[in-house]
Every structure is written in C-alpha cells, then in structure tokens.
Design a protein around this ligand. Structure first.
Ligand code: R5P
Length: 294
C-alpha cells in the first residue's frame, strides 16, 4: 500500500503513513487562473494499492474534484487498486429525495468517484450509515466517537452524561457512554424540510447538576449544539461540553455555541480547525491494516 497525501489532508495522511509504515506519495496541486484544478502525483504507484487521504470539507466541490483527479492519476499511472480514505464525505447528508424534484447528491458524488477510478471508500461517521448501501463500490464508515470520549476521560470528565441532540443519533451517545461510563440520553429534533428550521425538545432528561457532553457527527452552523446547550442550561446542567467528528464551523458557529454556555468545543482532524484536538490517524491506520490483512 502507498498513502497519497491529498491536499486537504496532508498532515493526517502523513500521520497515517507513519503509523502504518506505508510509503507516502506527495501531490502537487495548483489552481489555474480561471479556477480549474491541476494535480500531479509526485511518486510511483505502479502495481500498488494506493490509498488517497483527502477530506472533502470547507471547499467541498474543489476537494471532490481534487480527489477524483488524484484517483484518475493513480489509475492512469498503474495503481492496481485505489481506496479513497475520506474522513468527511461531502454531500452525504443528501442521501435521499426528501422533497419532490430533488436529487440524491451522494449518489452523483460516488458515481463520479467510481468513474474516476476509486475502487473502495473509507469514511468516518457518515451521517446515515445506510447510505453506504447505495455506493457503487465497497464502502465502510468508522466511528471516531470513542476517541472523542477518550479525550474527555483524559480531561477528567469520566462518568459525564453523554447526550445526542437528536433521537436518530442516540447510537453516538451510547458509543460515548461506553467509554465515559456514565449515563446517556438524547433530545428530539424536528426539521422543517422547506425552511430547514429545526426545533429541539427534551423529554424525561435528568441532567440537573451534571457535567454533560453533547456528541454529534457534524457541527455546521452550530444551531443544533447551541439549541441543545440552551435546553441543558434550563434543565440545570452544571457544565456543558460539545464534541463532534466533523467541525465544519460555518460563520459564527463557534461563538453561537460558546454564547449558549458550552465551555469547550472538541473536534477531530477530519476538518482541520482550531477546535481539532483529536486525530483520526490511528482509526484510519487500523482500518487500512485490517483491509490489507483481510
Ligand atoms: C444533522 O442531523 C447532523 O447530525 C448535525 O446535527 C447537523 O448537521 C448540525 O448542523 P448545525 O450545526 O447547522 O445545526
């Protein structure tokens, strides 16, 4: 195996290469004056299983095009297999037609990656796991929640209450609970599919006087976490922290969350940012090693 260092995840790719002892292949990338993307592999992938480490956050469309171009370059230069290791898979949330007239974005994105040369994909905490069934190649999602929970154990928050801001993501709170060893619970969240507005409610939650960590897959605008924190404050929580796998932190998301009473936001290097305190490298390295031996 060789690790191709995608421009969006160079540092993560280097860490994975170090942990696995696989050779690195750097990538030269440029943007042409008209905005188009140029890439070139700076290493040999002939007859190799090439693993491209490239997240697709922040400038999603550009990052996806870079990933597709790198996959094509790997195949054109003789790679026998191409695996895309994509911590944050853009467009994964549009995995069905919620309203008449919509498209299924993740279907198009994965078809594009397959056409470019991707043979398999590894992602981390995809929004809805059953989306993987529609992918045109073998795909798996890993969970970074235990690593995030471990960060809080190290910080002295053992036994903290693990909260999911949404019923559907209760499994996330349960994964955190296994590491933290305390209680777990969830809020209920409803979304208006036309306006995108969400409302959150708490039923039978007992967080009075407790340290609560809100775990979510994504923080985008911060509305979900800020809304959850407001409810937790009303219910008498003592301390509130927020953890997410993909800290997109759009606009003033961070301020919104801190203003709502959250003491600290913790994210992973799926989306490198100043709240990144946990690396996905061991998680992805282990999955690659397992793939090689399996
Ligand atoms: C959606 O259900 C996800 O799990 C996140 O809760 C959501 O994407 C967070 O978005 P925002 O930060 O904009 O509320």
């Amino acid at each position: 195996m060789k690790i191709i260092l995608g421009p969006a995840s160079t540092t993560l790719g280097e860490k994975i290469a170090e942990l696995t002892n696989y050779k690195k292949v750097p990538v030269t990338h440029r943007t042409f004056p008209d905005g188009e993307t140029y890439i070139r592999l700076e290493g040999n992938v002939q007859n190799e299983h090439a693993v491209i480490v490239q997240t697709t956050s922040t400038t999603q469309d550009t990052r996806l095009v870079q990933l597709a171009f790198i996959a094509n370059a790997a195949k054109r230069n003789g790679a026998k297999k191409v695996t895309a290791a994509v911590p944050y898979l853009a467009y994964a949330r549009q995995d069905k037609m919620f309203l008449q007239g919509e498209n299924i974005s993740v279907e198009t994105v994965t078809a594009m990656l397959k056409a470019a040369g991707v043979d398999a994909l590894i992602t981390v905490n995809i929004h809805a796991e059953n989306a993987l069934n529609k992918f045109p190649f073998p795909a798996k999602t890993l969970s970074a929640i235990p690593l995030l929970a471990e960060y809080f154990v190290q910080k002295g928050c053992k036994k903290a209450f693990a909260l999911s801001p949404d019923t559907g993501a209760m499994y996330i709170a349960q994964q955190a609970q296994e590491v933290l060893g305390g209680e777990a619970g969830h809020l209920d969240k409803q979304r208006d599919r036309h306006t995108g507005q969400t409302t959150q409610t708490a039923k039978g939650l007992n967080v009075k006087g407790k340290t609560v960590i809100i775990f979510d897959d994504i923080i985008s605008t911060g509305g979900t976490i800020a809304g959850a924190a407001k409810i937790l404050k009303e219910q008498g929580a003592k301390k509130i922290f927020a953890a997410c796998v993909h800290p997109l932190l759009v606009g003033d998301a961070e301020k919104r969350i801190l203003d709502a009473g959250v003491e600290e936001i913790v994210g992973t290097d799926s989306v490198p940012s100043h709240v990144t305190k946990v690396t996905l490298a061991p998680l992805i390295a282990k999955a690659l090693k397992a793939q090689e031996s399996g």
